[in-house]
Structures are given as C-alpha cells and as structure tokens.
Design a protein around this ligand. Structure first.
Ligand SMILES: Cc1cc2nc3c(=O)[nH]c(=O)nc-3n(C[C@H](O)[C@H](O)[C@H](O)COP(=O)(O)OP(=O)(O)OC[C@H]3O[C@@H](n4cnc5c(N)ncnc54)[C@H](O)[C@@H]3O)c2cc1C
Length: 422
C-alpha cells in the first residue's frame, strides 16, 4: 500500500477513531475523519442542560488507564475522584465499604461488621495481589478464562461478599446482573480499581475526546456525514458522493462495522438507562457511588456527580445520576416514576421534589464481554491490504480499550506504508 499523498479516511469519531487519526497524523499522514453524528465523542458525550453537565450515561475515567495516559494530558482534564469504596444499600439501610481495592481488610470489616468474614479478607487481598503482580495489566487478558461469577466462586469467596458486594458492583461495571462476563474483565477492572481512582473531568466526560480532537489539524474532522459503503480505496457517503483514499480505518461501533465490513453480524451487547435529576440537597453527602444490593430493583446504582466535580451542577444544586441495567422496557416517563418510587424508600419524600433533567436510553452501551466473545476478540486490525478496523469491540470494552485499539490500527497502517515504500 502506498499513500502517495492521498488521504487516509478514518470512519467514526469516537475515542478509537480519534486516537487512530491522531497517531496517523503524527506519523506524517493526511487524514480525514468522518463522523455520522453532529459532533465527535461517540459514546463519550456530555450535554449541557440548565447549567448541569450530563454525561450520556454515567461513566467514569480510571486514572490508572495505561494507554489513555499516553494520549491525554490528564492534568488539564482536572480530574476529580469519587471516594474510593462505596455505599451499599441493603435491607433498608446504607453501609459504607471503605476501599476494597486498596484496603481490603478495613473495607470488608465495614461490610460484614460485626460478624466479619475473616476468610474473605485474605481472599480479597490475595486476589488483589494477583491482579497487581503484572506490571502491564493487559497481560491479564491473556489468562485462561471462565465467567466472572465462576472465578469468584473458584476464589472461595463467601456467598455474602458475592451477593452484597461483587454482584452489585460488577453488574454496574459490566452492565449485566449475572456476571457471565469473562473473568478476564473481572481481573482487568479489579486491577484498574486497585491502581487508580474513578474520576470525572471538570468539563464532563466529553472533555476526553475533545482533547484528542483538538490536536488534529483544522479541517480534518467532517461531522454529520455517514459512510454507507466501503471498498478498497473508495468510501461512499450516504448523500451518494464518493471519496477516494489510500486506506480506510473503520472505527465505528460494532454493529456499524459489521455492516461496512460485511462481517458476521451476530453480535450481542449490553444496554443501560441513566436518569438525571436536579435536586436541592444531596441525598448522599459523600462523593461515593451507592450500589443497590437488591438485584431485582430498577435502580442499580446512584451517585451525585456534582459532589465529585462541582462544575456538574449550578451553585446550590445537586446533580443526581441513577443508572439502571434492567428492566429497561418502560416508557421514559414510567421509568423515571419507577425510579422515583424506589428512591422514595431510600431518601423519603425529598425525592418528590427532584426535577427530572434528562433520561438517556443507551441500547448499545457495551459490546458483550462474555467468555466466547473475549476469546474471539479481533486483535488484527488489517481486514484487507487497505482496510483496517478499530473500536472497543477489538479490545477491552472501555475507554482505554478503545484508545488502545485505535493506536493498534494506526500502527498497522503506518507499518504497511513503511514496508510499501522501502
Ligand atoms: C453508558 C456507558 C457507560 C460506560 N462506562 C464506562 C466506564 O465507566 N469506563 C470505561 O472505560 N468505559 C465505559 N464505557 C465504554 C466506553 O465509553 C466505550 O468503550 C468507548 O467510548 C467506545 O469508543 P469507540 O471509539 O470504540 O466507539 P464509539 O464511541 O461508539 O464511536 C464510534 C463512532 O462511529 C460513528 N459512526 C458509526 N457509524 C458510522 C458511519 N457509517 N459513518 C460515520 N460515522 C459512523 C458513531 O457515530 C460514533 O461516533 C461506557 C459506555 C457507555 C455507553
């Protein structure tokens, strides 16, 4: 493949596409990044409504993400962290869990006090030691796998800690309640939590893709343009026009990639719904995530992002974010009222004064991370001699995984260009 001055077209302006475009630009290539929606960011976007910053679905940036740290100026994101540990909602009360990742002993004492499951303390410590023993956390993704729930049982954890901590916590991370996600993702995310903090940027999560986009030369990004078909050296747009190019990188989410690459489309994915409320008083004072131990509830987790980053709400207001992973079949209005009904049990009639700001229904939140899917991760970015792919479905389904896959695709393009010119 030779670029001979022609552009490389990157399709998709999420974190994978932006990282890929940036690395290609640094490699001296001319790039055009084509994005279907009104702005870049993909699944990491933030809306501003009435002075509140609403991330499109609650998500956090792990300060320990190794690949993101290479591409982002973390300092200028002004990250602020949730309190390590969390609050557990169980049997009509809240329990503080100190910090299971860094301080397993104290935290488990706090969950199970006064009974104290001594054997769980040492098992969490051992688990933590194992996942931290690898300098490169991505090595954990090469280990033999089973389901996350099976791995927890294999480690000998008690039913109490599985039901009262691991299930509520990891169901929110994996967006599924049974923990059938691959144990590799359990190891990887545990490692990330134990090495860093869950943070939010001062300007909302979208500040992350914006920072990457800012480094691209002016005119590189073309938004509100959908690619309908690709062939070697040719990109067709849905307005009927075509662009010729030296190479194409498909950096869309998995369903769109399957269409463009005419690949296997039997993908599965995880969905979520996030409701934001404007509240006068914070229902929880601490900047913590509240996990619901009742897995039959609509509310999976709740937090007040503005307790972590005050910029998420106007002065004297509190932003409350409530995440659900199922059931998600109610109308948005009925969903909000069902959430309110549950939270009235938690916080009393204050909840009736909360003003709903927005409800985000995100059917395609994460590609499935089951054992079978993690086995088949497409790590080779090359599809043909001039077509490449990247996206979180090619790596861990995460911010870091998306960035890492973009990096890998750009490296493949640059290597092919180099070998063609030598
Ligand atoms: C609710 C939610 C919570 C999450 N929580 C976390 C978390 O806490 N921590 C974490 O690390 N990760 C989290 N994630 C996952 C993380 O956000 C994603 O893994 C990552 O953003 C995916 O980036 P991507 O570039 O691979 O894909 P995307 O962001 O989906 O980008 C793909 C882009 O391609 C564009 N596109 C599609 N088709 C076309 C076409 N035909 N032509 C042109 N453009 C096209 C799309 O518009 C989109 O902008 C969460 C995701 C969601 C939705």
């Amino acid at each position: 493949m030779s670029s001979s001055g022609r552009e490389i077209i990157v399709i998709g302006g999420g974190l994978a596409g932006l990282t890929c475009a940036l690395m290609l630009q640094k490699g001296g290539q001319k790039i055009q990044l084509i994005e279907a929606s009104e702005r870049i960011g993909g699944r990491v976007k933030t809306d501003q409504i009435d002075g509140f910053l609403l991330d499109r679905g609650f998500q956090v940036f792990q300060s320990s993400y190794p690949t993101a740290a290479k591409w982002l100026d973390l300092k200028s994101l002004n990250l602020r962290a949730f309190r390590n540990g969390c609050l557990l909602r169980k049997d009509d009360s809240f329990k503080v869990v100190a910090d299971p990742w860094r301080n397993p002993l104290d935290s488990l004492r706090s969950i199970f006090a006064p009974t104290g499951k001594l054997s769980d303390f040492s098992k969490v410590a051992r688990f933590r030691q194992r996942v931290r023993s690898e300098k490169d956390p991505y090595v954990l993704l090469e280990s033999p796998q089973t389901t996350a729930i099976e791995r927890l049982h294999q480690c000998g954890f008690s039913t109490e800690i599985i039901e009262d901590f691991f299930k509520p916590f990891y169901s929110g991370v994996f967006l599924e309640k049974e923990l059938t996600t691959s144990s590799r993702m359990l190891d990887f995310t545990f490692s990330m939590f134990s090495r860093g903090e869950a943070t939010l940027p001062a300007d909302g999560m979208e500040a992350i893709p914006r920072q990457l986009a800012k480094q691209l030369h002016p005119g590189t990004i073309r938004t509100q343009t959908t690619v309908s078909e690709i062939r070697d050296g040719l990109v067709k747009l849905d307005d009927g026009s075509s662009l010729s190019c030296a190479a194409i990188v498909v950096a869309t989410e998995m369903p769109a990639a399957a269409r463009l690459l005419q690949a296997d489309s039997s993908y599965t994915y995880r969905s979520t719904r996030c409701v934001y409320f404007d509240a006068g008083n914070a229902p929880v004072e601490s900047p913590s995530i509240v996990l619901n131990c009742d897995m039959n509830s609509i509310v999976n987790s709740l937090c007040c992002p503005s307790r972590v980053q005050p910029s998420y709400a106007p002065e004297n207001r509190t932003l409350v974010s409530v995440t659900s992973i199922g059931p998600l079949d109610r109308s948005p209005h009925d969903h909000v009222e069902a959430v309110r009904d549950e939270l009235r049990e938690w916080f009393g009639s204050d909840v009736d004064r909360w003003r709903p700001l927005s409800t985000y229904n995100i059917p395609y939140s994460l590609p499935d991370q089951s054992v079978a899917n993690m086995e088949q991760i497409v790590k080779t970015p090359r599809v043909t001699d001039t077509i490449y792919r990247c996206g979180d479905y090619c790596d861990t389904r995460s911010i870091d995984g998306a960035i890492r896959s973009g990096e890998r695709a750009a490296a493949a393009v640059l290597a092919d260009l180099k070998s063609a010119s030598s």
